[in-house]
Design a protein around this ligand. Structure first.
Ligand code: ADP
Length: 190
């Protein structure tokens, strides 16, 4: 298996690039954000629990997130690999993921960091909100999400850097040229 984490702040383009990576490399996409939104729209018990948190831009507790993710991985036993999008977002999640994959004789092979500065993020999400209708794209909620990113999520980077798995890709520019950079990196690791 080839397991990839795509990493970056809100609005970095993780979803856009993930879709292209999946198509080229035939990986299964796991986006915890998409999964939570699906639970919310289907009004499941889990959806009811996390609805407020997502609307406010607050991270869902690790235990809930980790359980949901592990279940999804277990439900897809025959894939060429996974692309994890929006997970791990805390060091505890990164550790849990390593332990979980280890138990299956699998591992994370590569962590791609999409590098986008804060000004660009704010611009992109303001644009996205006009079409996405996502309540957490609202300006005040976005501040909270960026805060969560800098408080909790950035610490995941040194975790993977120490393991020699982190590669930074410039996330500003044409979608296609960013993707070309990504494929150059993936091709070295796959
Ligand atoms: P973004 O566009 O900010 O990358 P996502 O779609 O990945 O957004 O996530 C939206 C929201 O879902 C987050 O703000 C958070 O509330 C919740 N969420 C998603 N993934 C995680 C995670 N790994 N841990 C905790 N909360 C998460």
């Amino acid at each position: 298996m080839f397991n990839l984490v795509i990493f970056g702040p809100p609005g970095a383009g993780k979803g856009t690039q993930s879709a292209k990576i999946i198509e080229k490399y035939n990986l299964a996409h796991i986006s915890t954000g998409d999964m939570f939104r699906m639970h919310i729209s289907q009004e499941t018990d889990l959806g009811k629990k996390v609805k407020e948190l997502l609307a406010e831009g607050i991270l869902v507790p690790d235990s809930i997130t980790i359980n949901m993710l592990e279940e999804e991985v277990n439900n897809n036993p025959d894939v060429a690999g996974f692309i994890f999008d929006g997970f791990p977002r805390t060091v505890a999640q990164a550790e849990a993921l390593d332990e979980f994959l280890n138990g299956k004789n699998e591992k994370i092979d590569l962590v791609l960091q999409l590098d986008v500065n804060e000004d660009e993020i704010k611009k992109r999400i303001a644009e996205r909100q006009k079409v996405s209708g996502r309540v957490d794209d609202d300006a005040s909620k976005l501040i909270r999400r960026i805060d969560e990113y800098f408080q909790k999520t950035v610490h995941v980077l040194p975790y993977y850097e120490e393991q020699g798995k982190l590669v930074k890709v410039n996330g500003i520019g044409e979608i296609e040229s960013i993707f070309t950079e990504i494929t150059k990196t993936v091709d070295q690791y796959i």
